[in-house]
Design a protein around this ligand. Structure first.
Ligand SMILES: O=P(O)(O)OC[C@H]1O[C@@H](O)[C@H](O)[C@@H](O)[C@@H]1O
Length: 312
């Protein structure tokens, strides 16, 4: 992690450290000892720890250390394309670009800053980006760590072009779990989904909750704004609350696919599940000057708390 230097964004003191891929990361801390780390590579949250120092996001032991690649784990930002649905590279270019810290971004509601440690990042297209996606935009990301340790990501996309454009977006959130066989995703019952393992065919979720026993790759359409991921072994529940993000992606590569992924350890698929707040099925369209906001808050609670208080 080498060099450290103080970064003051004038609102809150944060720290800048060098990531193992050589790209700077911003460390956010709250007064309770929780922390989050955001890489300028991709605007990707690469670590989120609670006040006991436990890592809440999965990070692969074989994560690529090249500065040109997204890290396998954390929360990569997929923009302006999700997956391979388009002419761009898989999941779009934003996760592979170097973002900058923005000192004075346009204001956000006070709930997205009050009492929180936060950092604002900005991505604008380069000449190179404009050749493959000819739309001028500003993509802003605020990452906030609350007093309670909650993690909130707020993305804003502004059309700075003279013509409308459309895009897809996802917070590709790799949650750390004890073992995938212990995991249950609640809140997506009866929802329609596109199954990426069946040529994106549309089905309706029949089960009470999602459990995992094979490769899983679905986009749940127009899903509720609150989804819970329960880890029975750890008795820990992640609650994802989203705004402006109608869809939820649920992904686990399972054994065979993970063997083909050079940056994932042989059995590491068991320690992760991706549950993403996303806008995929209906791409977002912005007219010149318009702005879109997509907000994801992740809360971690004991599982007993969740079932009693969150209505699952
Ligand atoms: O390996 P990547 O590009 O980070 O993508 C990871 C996975 O992301 C998922 O969202 C896709 O549904 C999978 O098909 C893909 O393999």
């Amino acid at each position: 992690m080498g060099h450290t230097a103080a970064v003051c964004d004038s609102k809150i003191a944060t720290e800048r450290v060098k990531g193992s891929n050589g790209v700077d990361q911003i460390v956010l801390r709250n007064s309770q000892g929780a922390s989050a780390k955001v890489s300028l590579h991709g605007g990707q949250v690469v670590s989120w720890r609670n006040d006991r120092g436990e890592e809440l996001l999965f990070a692969s032991s074989k994560a690529n250390s090249k500065a040109s690649k997204a890290i396998r784990g954390g929360i990569p930002i997929c923009f302006p394309q999700f997956g391979n649905c388009g002419s761009l590279e898989q999941h779009g270019f934003a996760r592979n670009k170097i973002w900058i810290v923005e000192e004075n971004p346009p204001s956000l509601p006070s709930k997205d800053s009050r009492g929180k440690s936060f950092i604002d990042l900005l991505l604008k297209p380069t000449e190179e980006d404009l050749k493959c996606w000819p739309h001028s935009f500003e993509l802003r990301l605020r990452v906030c760590l609350g007093m309670d340790g909650n993690l909130t990501l707020i993305s804003r996309v502004r059309n700075t072009n003279a013509k409308p454009f459309s895009f897809s977006f996802a917070y590709h959130s790799y949650l750390s779990v004890s073992d995938i066989s212990e995991v249950r995703v609640e809140g997506l019952e009866t929802m329609d989904y596109l199954d990426n393992l069946c040529q994106k065919e549309r089905f309706t979720e029949q089960g009470d909750a999602i459990t995992f026993e094979a490769e899983f790759e679905r986009v749940y359409i127009s899903s509720p704004n609150c989804v819970a991921v329960l880890d029975h072994e750890r008795k820990r529940t992640y609650v994802l609350k989203k705004e402006g993000l109608p869809d939820v992606v649920v992904w686990n590569p399972w054994e065979k696919k993970s063997k083909s992924m050079a940056d994932l350890g042989a059995h590491e698929y068991r320690q992760m599940v991706c549950v993403d707040g996303a806008a995929i099925e209906k791409p977002v369209t912005l007219k010149p000057g318009e702005e879109w906001t997509g907000r994801l808050e992740i809360i971690v609670v004991p599982s007993s708390f969740c079932s009693k208080n969150l209505g699952f």
